[in-house]
Design a protein around this ligand. Structure first.
Ligand code: KG4
Ligand code: ZN
Length: 333
């Protein structure tokens, strides 16, 4: 079955075609970074307008790259939440229109489920159960994944998401948007032990996270040492901040794996593209006998292949969504 996936939950307008739940035939993505950069974050109204302009060309490019035409598509998968409602509606409306015109089924997919299961697009993936962590701009959540559709939430952030902390700290330090990538790059040349930033909720009693205190501690650091000092030691400051985020995420995964006796973990979402997180996770996992699986960076950040793959699975089970399915900005998993 050939499934077209559509993703428009935030600032990436993406589509992909998968042939089975593991084989990507083609994909295309239009990133809106240049539009939102000058505002230091995603402006929802601008995002939905740009999705509207780009969604059809992006889908056409995807078809062209796969040497397919519209009527060869046999099913459509689309993100219907969580995310920005205006942006979600563009992708969802496109999916419904194609489904109606071609008389093929479509299925609404939870964006978080897409991230959690993106690892199945890689050759090397775990068997169930595994610990699944989604670390993105909007979410930091830890689950036990027992199978498709069988997710037990162990903990989540009580305030900012990990990616949000990266973006806010980058903004505070005048590093531009999106912050995670810039901090990742600068931190490569910095000393992660130069300064001590707090690691919140490190106790074993909870698998929840909190990143707003860390963000505030960077605010106080800048006030205390002054902008000139921070500018001078920028690489050390961002490396030390990044290390606090990475330590928190890695510690929680190792603690949860030992508490629940689970031997494999998958980390995905935009922050899982972070080079320091990837390195430290692998190091610590080896020490504690845990097998860690990380999607390639392009499959960690928002993409439509993960939506198409999960949609493929549900469509092949005979499931589909009704044409009156609505976008749900706060959709839970
Ligand atoms: O999954 P994603 O593409 O979109 C959401 O679903 O939110 O994640 C975007 C987030 C942003 O906060 C961005 O700064 C962060 O992921 N991010 C990174 C890196 N690449 C993207 N954070 C740290 N290091 C990176 N290399
Ligand atoms: Zn995402």
């Amino acid at each position: 079955m050939l499934v077209l996936g559509i993703e428009s939950s935030c600032d990436d307008c993406a589509s992909a075609i998968v042939q089975d739940d593991q084989r990507i035939l083609s994909h295309a993505i239009h990133s809106q970074i240049d539009t939102h950069r000058e505002y230091g974050g995603v402006v929802p109204e601008l995002a939905s307008r740009e999705h509207l302009e780009k969604i059809v060309p992006v889908i056409e490019t995807t078809l062209k790259k796969a040497h397919l035409c519209f009527n060869e598509i046999q099913g459509i998968a689309v993100t219907y939440g969580p995310g920005l409602v205006g942006s979600l509606l563009v992708g969802l409306s496109a999916a419904k229109a194609i489904s109606f015109a071609l008389d093929v089924p479509f299925i609404g997919v939870n964006h978080l489920e897409g991230h959690l299961m993106a690892i199945f697009l890689e050759e090397n993936h775990p068997s169930f159960p595994y610990l699944g962590m989604v670390v993105s701009g909007g979410h930091t959540s830890l689950y036990i994944v027992r199978g498709y559709g069988d997710y037990r939430l162990l903990g989540q952030t009580r305030d900012d998401a990990a990616g949000e902390a990266f973006d806010k700290v980058a903004k505070l330090l005048g590093l531009g948007y999106p912050g995670g990538v810039v901090i990742d790059r600068l931190a490569l040349e910095g000393n992660p032990s130069a300064f001590q930033f707090p690691r919140a909720m490190h106790s074993q009693d909870t698998f929840d996270f909190s990143f707003s205190g860390l963000k505030t501690s960077v605010v106080y650091f800048v006030r205390r040492y002054g902008e000139a000092f921070v500018k001078d030691r920028l690489r050390d400051v961002v490396a030390s901040f990044q290390e606090a985020v990475v330590d928190t995420l890695v510690t929680k995964i190792i603690q949860a794996a030992s508490f629940y006796g689970i031997r494999s973990a998958v980390v995905s979402g935009g922050v899982a593209a972070n080079s320091r997180l990837r390195k430290k996770l692998i190091e610590k996992a080896v020490e504690s006998g845990l097998s860690v699986y990380l999607p390639s960076p392009a499959l960690c950040t928002d993409n439509a292949a993960m939506i198409a793959a999960i949609g493929y699975y549900y469509l092949s089970q005979g499931r589909s969504s009704p044409l009156d399915l609505n976008a749900d900005a706060d959709l839970c998993l």
